[in-house]
Every structure is written in C-alpha cells, then in structure tokens.
Design a protein around this ligand. Structure first.
Ligand code: HEM
Length: 482
C-alpha cells in the first residue's frame, strides 16, 4: 500500500504505557507521547499499512459520523465476536446492525429500567451495610463489576445472576474478564492460538488457558440465555422478577424487522450478547470505581458534591440529577480518566482518498489515534492526570466535551452512553453520601498504567478497597443531611 511521502513519516512510535507506578511517571508518559509528536510531527506510520495521527482537528475525519468508515478486520479480533455490531468491520453491515439496537439505547428506552436500577441500588446499599457490620474492607472494583453486569444482563434478558449478592462470584467474573483482556494483544496477532485452544476438551482448556476457559464458560451461559429467548417465540417480553413487563433487548432483536434472518441466528446473537454484556460491565464498573476512589481521596470534591446533592430529593430521578452541574462534572472527569478503548482504534475510508496536510492517505488505509492522546491533551485538559471536576465547569468545558474520546466518536460511538449515564448518576448520587475510608489503596490502583484494550492499573492491584464507616445520609460537613 503506497502512502505518499512515507519515507519522511516512517517512524515507529511506541507509546509506552509504562508499568512504573507513579503519577510523576504518568506525567512523563504524556510528555514522551507529546515529545514524539513534537519530534516526528502529528502523523506517523506505525506499521507498513497504518498511519497514526494526533490532531484534534482531524478526529472527526477519522471517526466520521456521516462518511463510510470501515474498521480494520485484522484489528477486530480481540473478543472474537466479529458478528457483533462493534466488530462488524464493514461500514454498511455495521450501520444495519447498529440501527437494530439504537431504539434500545435512547433516553426514553433506558428510562424504563430506572426501576430496576433502583432495586439494584437497594441491594448495593445492603452490601455496604453488611461490610460495615462486619468491619471488613469492601472491594469497590468487584462490587461495581457485579452491580453493572447484573443491570446490563437484566436489560438484555430480563434477569441476571445476582452477582451483587455474592462478592466471591463477582470477583471471579471480574478476574476472568481481566485475564481475558490481558490476552487481547495476543488474540490480535496470533488469533490461531485461541482458535486451536477452543477445540480442546474443557478440562484441558482449563489447564492450558484459564482465561480463555473462563471466558468460554461466560459465553456458554450467555448462549443458554439466547437459546431461551429463541425458544420463547410467542413471548415479546421476559418475565421479570419485579413483575414489570419491559421489553428486553434480545426479545426485541429476535423480532426486529430491521435485521435479516441471518442476523437472528443463535450464534450471531451470541456475538452481540458477549459484546454488549462485556462492554457494559467492563467500562461502566471502571468509571464507577475510578470516581468513587477520587471522591474518597479528595475530601474537598466530596464535600462540594454532597453540598450540591442536598438540593435534590433523596430519591431524585435521573432527569433531576442530570441538572446538577457538579455531579455532572464529577462524572465527566471519571469518564475522561476511564479512557474507553485504549488501543489504536483505527478506521479506514473505503471510497475516498483523504488529505492530511501535505500527505495523501489512500482509500482503505487504516488511520488510528489513541484516546490517551486526546483525553490527556495538556492544552485541553491542563494537568491531565489529576482528577479535577472543576475543569468541566469553566468556559472551555464545551470544547473539552466535544473532543473527549472515552465513548469513542462518530458513527460507531458507544451505544450505551445513556444507560451508562443513568447508572452513574443514580449510583454516584447515592454512594457519595456514605462515609468510607480507603483501605490500602492508592492512585496506582486506578490510574492507566497498562494498555490491554481498556486501561489497567498496576498488575498486582488488589482493587479499590475501603472500610465502610456509615451508610446513613450524613457526613461531617452536612450533619443531618436528608
Ligand atoms: C462508562 C461506560 C462506557 C464506556 C467508557 C464505553 C466506551 C465505549 C467505546 C469507546 C466504544 C467505541 C468502540 C469503537 O470505537 O469501536 C463503545 C462502543 C459500544 N458500547 Fe460502550 N462504553 C460504556 C458503556 C456501555 C454500556 C453500559 C453499554 C451497553 C450495555 C455499551 C455498549 C456499547 C456498544 C454496543 C458499542 C458498539 C457501538 C458500535 O459499534 O456501533 N457501552 N463503548
């Protein structure tokens, strides 16, 4: 593939996501990345067939909302769900699959499960109470993983595994996904390894690749749920434990007029389920524990948030909570430091040559960027590795919002933004009123140190842990709150 003027841009940049655990080093990492851009310029050919471009003004060209953009089929192998919406490399195929899901993720559709979230929040509260009673530290990473996976599964199928009431299973489910994600680069480069391993009998696979074995068990359970949906041909909604009949995502996909029969097979729907449940719980639980960590680590931020929350009812709706500027800023800042997809997320323009300055990028050339370059751009977000909600409250906030990459961009932007926001608003509003002390936890347990498709903190992290002191709605600065 010819890229004009390639000689001058033939520089391989290794954006080293250092494993050295200190915030000063994360700052130096940004400097290194920035330094590379200063030395080599914003466009770099990172492989024989891909260009990497660091330029805020070019983001909407790479991740266009209106023009055809394919994904690189070579890259979409991490989760091995090529038939899911997220990994549909071809633009038209992606468009069709996405259209079938869009109605489910609109604000009104998502609002219908506010009741489910309310119930889960009661369960969450109970877990905090149990830990308070027992005096043991609670692991917020496991807790939020169980909590979010329960909600997303409920949204998809009408019931869940109640991971939230069993922290052991929640931990296992989280570890299993993390282990699998840590193989994401191997899956991209050596996909045949997993394909071969999958053919092994379960007992051997468990021994040969525990991560893949666990992931297969997770997929098998989802497959059972899909078969159940396909069997219940005459039901349009699942029977819910709360007695409320709300259409579930997979019952509706099964009956969708927007999908051809070939897209409603058990295997294709399984691909979709793996993507949605994984994307939902992995990214969302991270934003929640990142935010909760920073609230506990920054008493001033927590105090301001609590003061604002006094303005709304204890049981405020998502709609009311969204109007609170400081809560909104806290959530935006947590999402920024989540980073979303952390790898080189490439697109190619199949039908048009593009121009970047003096360079012509021929049709079909993968163009990528990394969310870290945007979310930690020092001009846009000064002191980028610091959790500072105030940056979302000044005159430049809209500009910052326009660029932030955590939910991706363009026609393939995250479909779950509304669901994620509803859960975050309701959850953070509730848990920020509890009194907790961090336990043997520091910034290295939340900061982006390793790139495994999503941001991972230090590899020996035991998670964000805290001792629960009080779960009543009061705190030292707001005595008698509610
Ligand atoms: C804070 C939480 C979340 C973050 C940071 C996040 C991030 C992302 C990102 C970066 C993408 C773009 C992937 C790409 O460029 O290919 C994406 C896509 C997607 N996300 Fe999320 N996500 C979150 C929550 C959720 C939730 C709760 C769901 C659903 C239950 C969800 C479902 C999806 C789906 C289906 C796609 C594929 C969209 C498409 O390809 O058209 N996400 N997400």
């Amino acid at each position: 593939m010819a890229i004009y003027r390639t000689a001058s841009v033939l520089v391989v940049v290794l954006v080293r996501v250092s494993s050295v655990p200190s915030s000063s080093l994360t700052n130096s990492r940004t400097k290194t990345a920035r330094g590379n851009v200063l030395i080599y310029g914003p466009i770099i050919r990172v492989s024989p067939h891909e260009v990497h471009i660091v330029d805020l003004e070019f983001l909407d060209t790479i991740y266009s909302s209106s023009k055809a953009r394919n994904k690189d089929p070579w890259r979409v192998k991490t989760l091995d769900v090529a038939q899911s919406v997220g990994d549909s490399a071809d633009h038209e195929l992606h468009r069709r699959r996405r259209a079938s899901l869009v109605p489910f993720f609109s604000k009104p559709a998502v609002s219908k499960i506010e009741r489910v979230i309310k119930q889960k929040l009661y369960s969450l509260h109970d877990v905090f109470d149990v830990y308070k009673f027992e005096g043991r530290p609670i692991n917020l990473c496991d807790l939020y993983f169980g909590f979010t996976q329960d909600i997303v599964k409920n949204y998809c199928f009408g019931h869940d595994e109640e991971l939230i009431s069993d922290m052991g299973r929640a931990k296992q489910a989280r570890n299993q996904l993390t282990t699998f994600m840590m193989h994401s680069h191997i899956n991209v480069h050596f996909g045949w390894i997993n394909r071969t391993l999958r053919k092994l009998p379960a007992a051997m696979l468990k021994f040969a690749s525990p991560g893949l074995y666990e992931f297969q068990s997770f997929a098998k359970k989802l497959f059972g749920l899909i078969l159940l949906v396909l069997d219940e041909q005459n039901k349009t909604t699942a029977n819910r434990s709360d007695g409320h009949a709300i259409p579930t995502l997979f019952h509706e996909l099964r009956d969708s007029n927007l999908l051809p029969a070939g897209d409603k097979t058990a295997t294709r729907l399984l691909n979709e389920a793996i993507l949605i449940v994984t994307a939902g719980s992995e990214s969302l639980h991270k934003s929640l524990f990142i935010i909760h960590y920073h609230l506990l680590d920054n008493p001033d931020v927590l105090r301001k948030l609590r003061a604002e929350l006094r303005l709304v009812a204890i049981d405020a709706s998502w709609n009311d909570l969204e109007r609170l500027p400081y809560l909104t800023a806290v959530i935006a800042e947590g999402n920024r430091l989540n980073f979303g997809l952390t790898g080189r997320n490439s697109r190619n323009a199949p039908h048009e040559d593009l121009k970047y300055g003096e360079y012509v990028i021929p049709a079909g050339t993968p163009m990528s960027t990394m969310s870290m370059f945007v979310n930690c751009n020092e001009e846009l977000y000064p002191d980028p590795w610091t959790f500072r909600p105030e940056r979302w409250l000044d005159g430049v906030a809209n500009e910052r919002r326009k660029f932030m990459m955590s939910f991706g961009k363009g026609a393939r932007r995250c479909l779950g933004v509304n669901l994620a926001h509803m859960i975050m608003y309701k959850t953070i509003a509730k848990v920020s009123t509890y009194n907790l002390d961090l336990y043997q936890t520091d910034a290295r347990d939340v900061i982006f140190l390793h790139e495994y498709m999503t941001a991972q903190p230090r590899l020996d992290s035991k998670g964000v842990r805290a001792v629960v002191k009080d779960t009543r709605y009061m705190d030292d600065c707001n005595k008698g709150f509610h």
